[in-house]
Design a protein around this ligand. Sequence first.
Ligand code: 5RP
Length: 266
Amino acid sequence: MDWGMKNRMAQLIQADGHCLFLPVDHGYFQGPTKKLEEPRKTIEPLLPYADALFITRGVLRSSVDPDKSKPIILRVSGGTSMVGKDLANEGITTSMEEAIRLNVAAVGLSIFVGTDYERESLLNLAKLVDEGEKYGIPVMAVTAVGRELEKRDARFLALSSRIAAELGARVVKTYWCEDFERVIGGCPVPVAMAGGPQVATELEVFAFVYDGMQKGAIGVNLGRNIWQNDFPVAMIRAIRAIIHENASPKEAQELYESLKSGGVTG
Ligand code: 5RP
């Protein structure tokens, strides 16, 4: 691995081998997502606790100060919307030249395995990897499920994650699921977990993050379950404790409750 690639990977994956990526890219197909209507307000209080931000160029330029930033994973796929025909029909939206201009640590793109646009999205990934490798920029592949949340099982996620790794992704972002060890076992590159829509309790989030870490995930790329929480700073700090301090779900819950009652808002 060349110096630039190594340096960027080290910006993303911390010295303990773990990572907490904060995705705020949802608007690229969802519009003003709940609690992300004004991205700057959502991002600023959480930024000190994130290892990297997953974000589009538009929100990066408009809502993150260049002198107070964190490593950037630039979302470079899109072109579809919640109200359009097919979420899977994404293309590459941002050039590698632009990624370099923005001094990013990585680029990220979704793949849509099992859809009508499987081939296009996989070839987009392969093309992005070719470009990224040329300039020492790692690619994070996102194993998307579109509206079909029920697809989030070990068989599908293991298949998608492995394909992403085979095509050259340096990091794979996928969902946690039951039998998550099957996903990790079949994927020869680091795996970060997404959360999906907000779940009923904080403890459920702590439990799946902890389980995934025990099974070999390097960390999370977790958005809505952090910033849609009523106490997002308490939430990100509790998740950070699991990822970087090996806290148990119970310890994370206690930390969350104490920060919440201590008046940590944000
Ligand atoms: C949506 C994404 C997000 O980065 C990913 O889904 C993680 O966010 P969340 O934890 O909210 O699911 O790719 O475009």
